[in-house]
Design a protein around this ligand. Structure first.
Ligand code: MTE
Ligand code: MO
Length: 380
């Protein structure tokens, strides 16, 4: 059993698949802390989690074209920690499949049944990818350099490793703050999150944040991996498995603006607090470093809206890599037995969320960022 050496996991997680291990925290726990406690951070594995001896570990980086005779640059963990400045960032990761269950409610899709918990925030530390690429001999003006491939050390029965790529420009731009992380929340990376080294690409879909990094390749082409080419792409709602052409869509990189309600939970029996109000909580985040500037909440099906109070770390303009948590006390609707709470966020480019799922439905169930709705009943 390739899964016999898996790490232990927190029992509170909702398991969407055991082998490989995929799980999310209960929504209300997600917004109890700005930084998600590591054991509650969502876990998304396509393959068995590899066991890696840190003493034997080496990251291999291919040299620039034209220097192909050169040996690759090999870095040990201690090289990565001592030869490059340590860079620390707070970054939210979201799986493209977050909130897929609402998409399958419209029409079945292929994929794990994530609720709204395939998103979490951590404090990461590591070496800048840019510094490592410069050390390997790459410069900003390398014309052959278009994409940076990351190869994981996890592999399937046929010997295929997990892999993905980002653009070379994304990797090299200082302001993008892409790092090769060896720490998560002040501790060494846990097995589930990519021990001993993973790439953190702020603002970019979880799938490109390759864990258990074995090799980095710079190329003229995008990664040929299954997860880059034949998965993690968006399509028109009328595209189905009989006519899908994966080559016709670009791979998902930056994610769109997102928000969700974490409290109350769907179906909850709610009661007014002593001031006759209901407390609603949630998270909001956008890709590409765009900051969340507003979250709107409605308890009357979208007729009237109130603005929620945002909390979170101060982040630089264009480098808002982490989510905002939000909260709002709304007047408790009177004389009804049930109602629906809705939230929607606005980012710094004034991007907004679509109001329903059906027009953004896609066969793989990715990129669901429709207004989030939670239906509750009044406890009388
Ligand atoms: N890296 C490797 N090596 N193997 C994987 O299966 N899954 C990717 C990405 N990196 C994956 C990987 C996907 S789809 C996501 S959403 C994130 O890791 C999840 O990161 P997490 O498990 O730390 O939350
Ligand atoms: Mo993912």
């Amino acid at each position: 059993d390739p899964y016999s050496q898996e790490p232990s996991r927190h029992p509170v997680l909702k398991v969407n698949s055991m082998k490989p291990f995929n799980a999310e925290p209960p929504p209300y726990m997600l917004t109890e802390n700005f930084i998600t406690p590591t054991d509650l951070f969502f876990k998304r594995n396509h393959l068995p989690v590899p066991r890696i001896n840190p003493n034997d570990y080496k990251l291999e980086i291919e040299r620039p074209n034209g220097k192909t005779q050169d040996k690759p640059l090999n870095l040990t963990l201690s090289d990565l920690k001592t030869k490059f400045p340590k860079h620390e960032i707070t970054v939210t990761l979201q799986c493209a499949g977050n909130r897929r269950s609402e998409m399958s409610a419209v029409k079945p899709v292929k994929g794990l049944d994530w609720n709204s918990g395939a998103i979490s925030t951590a404090h990461w530390a590591g070496a800048r990818l840019r510094d490592v690429l410069l050390e390997a001999g790459y410069t900003e003006d390398c014309s052959q350099a278009q994409h940076v491939h990351f190869e994981g050390l996890d592999r399937d029965m046929t010997g295929t490793n997990y892999g993905a790529s980002i653009s070379f420009q994304q990797a090299m731009a200082r302001e993008n703050e892409v790092i090769l992380a060896y720490e998560m929340n002040g501790q060494e990376l846990p097995q589930d999150h990519g021990f001993p080294l993973r790439v953190i690409v702020p603002g970019v879909v979880g799938a490109r944040n390759v864990k258990c990094l074995g090799k980095i390749i710079v190329s003229k082409e995008e990664s040929g991996s299954h997860w880059q080419q034949n998965d993690y792409k968006g399509f028109n709602p009328c595209v189905d498995w009989d006519n899908v052409d994966f080559a016709s869509s670009p791979s998902i990189q930056d994610l769109p603006v997102q928000s969700a309600i974490t409290e109350p939970h769907p179906g909850q029996k709610v009661t007014p607090n002593f001031e006759g109000e209901l407390t609603v909580k949630g998270y909001a985040w956008s890709g590409g470093g765009r900051e969340i500037v507003r979250v709107d909440v409605s308890v009357d099906g979208g007729k009237t809206w109130k603005v929620a109070e945002l909390t979170g770390e101060k982040q630089k303009t264009g480098q808002a890599w982490a989510w905002k948590l939000w909260q709002l006390n709304v007047p408790f609707p009177s004389n009804i037995s049930d109602f629906t709470i809705i939230c929607k966020a606005v980012d710094s480019s004034y991007n907004v969320q679509p109001d329903t799922v059906a027009p953004i439905w896609n066969l793989r169930g990715v990129l669901n960022n429709a207004w989030h709705r939670v239906h509750v009943t009044v406890d009388t």
